[in-house]
Design a protein around this ligand. Structure first.
Ligand code: MEV
Length: 436
């Protein structure tokens, strides 16, 4: 039984790899394969090796492109990174469909982010309230060195509020701060400001004398970003929806589509999957651009539950003649800072899109999410999704079976229009191999 080695983080890469082969099931030969995904350029490889702790190797994922996403009249080529077959194909199909129907209309509503200093204070409540205007100025002064550059880029701390939370927890108060972070997602900037303010708060003589004392519990940004939102919509005359597939008339398609969205608004199990379909596109773009998908997932799903019930992130309006579909997403994303300047593929992804700013990236992400979701619902209410999924799934199964080119061609031909399962493909390939 392997013992836990507390010196692991001090090891160099080859020692770490040796450790995991000595203490686990990975063979030495398999472990050598960890080097095969190293970047060709030493400096780039160094970036990967220093990006996280306990690094052992790179983990490639495929990057694909939506060739045309029309947003507010401007065409974007959009990079997607995803492990899921058919996400790119689905979004690209919807993007193409809407490109001939006016495209996506997107608008950033606001880009305010928040963070809080959580603390207790045992003094007289009216006193802290009375002192707050003065305290606030002192605290902001403490952050000047940090905010100087951000102010020059049009961002900074835009508000600071004292919230009395004693009804919820003994002596508990919050400093609730609002930030604008220009083209950065801003997590480091926000957290640095909050920690500086927290340290200053604990030292303020007016709050820390005699028996009264500030105890900071924590200082951290909030990933709940309901004030950092982007709206995106598509609309067209109902009859133009007949262009999606041959299965339904425009009217029948619109009616079923609306029913599907209505269901996502009234049924939580469906709402979660519906919203996951939106995030297929959003996350694929955010991964490609080096953004924090965990933060946006937390934001988006909590936003979907802001009414007290988890609901669809999209809404639909169907009149006799017009189909209008809209989405609002809270997306705190960046095109500067983080790994945007150091990750070679992120740099390429941003260049492919003509180096958007954060505001544009929010719009591209919302349109990508909408394209993914539109395609999913359109397939669900017509052919079902398995047809598209399975075409891509076939390639994955053939790769697992290590099929060669002739076998692949035969299988592609054989499974056209048929149901693809692992066992069916395996049986077919075995049959070909037997008859050779
Ligand atoms: C699959 O990745 C996403 C879908 O399940 C989304 C949906 O059901 O709306 C197809």
């Amino acid at each position: 039984m392997a013992t836990y080695n507390t010196g692991f983080s001090k090891f160099d890469r080859s020692q770490r790899i040796k450790y995991i082969t000595d203490n686990g099931s990975l063979t030495t030969e398999e472990a050598t394969g960890l080097y095969s995904y190293d970047a060709g350029e030493p400096l780039v490889q160094q970036v990967f090796g220093e990006m996280i702790e306990n690094y052992i190797g790179n983990f490639p994922l495929p990057m694909g492109i939506l060739p045309q996403l029309l947003i507010n009249g401007e065409r974007f080529m959009v990079p997607f990174v995803t492990e899921e077959s058919s996400v790119v194909a689905a979004a690209a199909k919807a993007a193409k469909f809407w490109a001939t129907r006016g495209g996506f209309r997107a608008e950033v509503v606001s880009m305010t982010k928040k963070g809080q200093v959580h603390f207790t204070w045992n003094g007289a409540p009216h006193l802290i309230q009375a002192l707050f205007p003065n305290i606030q100025l002192k605290l902001l002064q403490e952050t000047e060195a940090l905010t100087k550059q951000m102010n020059q880029r049009g961002g900074g701390i835009t508000a600071i509020q004292l919230l009395d939370k004693r009804a919820e927890l003994t002596d508990y108060y919050q400093l609730d701060l609002s930030f604008e972070t220009a083209d950065a997602m801003g997590a480091n900037f926000i957290n640095s400001c909050l920690e500086t303010i927290a340290a200053a708060l604990q030292k303020l003589p007016e709050l820390n004398s005699g028996e009264s004392k500030v105890e900071v519990i924590m200082a951290i940004l909030s990933n709940y970003t309901p004030d950092c939102t982007v709206k995106c919509k598509v609309e067209c005359p109902v009859e133009e929806l007949s262009g999606w597939g041959k299965e339904l008339t425009g009217q029948a398609f619109a009616t079923k589509f609306k029913q599907a969205v209505d269901i996502a608004n009234l049924d939580i199990p469906r709402a979660v999957t519906h919203n996951k379909g939106i995030m297929n596109g959003v996350d694929a773009l955010l991964l490609a651009t080096g953004n924090d998908c965990r933060a946006t997932a937390a934001a988006v799903h909590s936003y979907a539950a802001r009414s007290g019930t988890y609901k669809s992130l999209s809404t639909i309006q169907l009149t006799e003649n017009m189909f209008r579909y809209e989405i609002t997403l809270p997306l705190s994303v960046g095109t500067a800072g983080g790994i945007t300047r150091i990750h070679p593929m992120v740099k390429k992804a941003l260049t492919v899109m003509n180096n958007p700013d954060a505001r544009q990236l929010m719009m591209i992400a919302a349109a990508s999410g909408m394209a993914s979701n539109f395609s999913a619902i359109a397939s669900l209410v017509t052919t079902g999704i398995q047809r598209g999924h399975m075409r891509m799934h076939l390639s994955n199964v053939l790769n697992q079976l290590q099929a060669d080119l002739p076998e692949r061609e035969k299988a592609q031909h054989h499974f056209r229009g048929k149901t693809v399962t692992y066992s069916a493909v395996e049986a077919y390939i075995n049959e070909i191999r037997r008859t050779l």
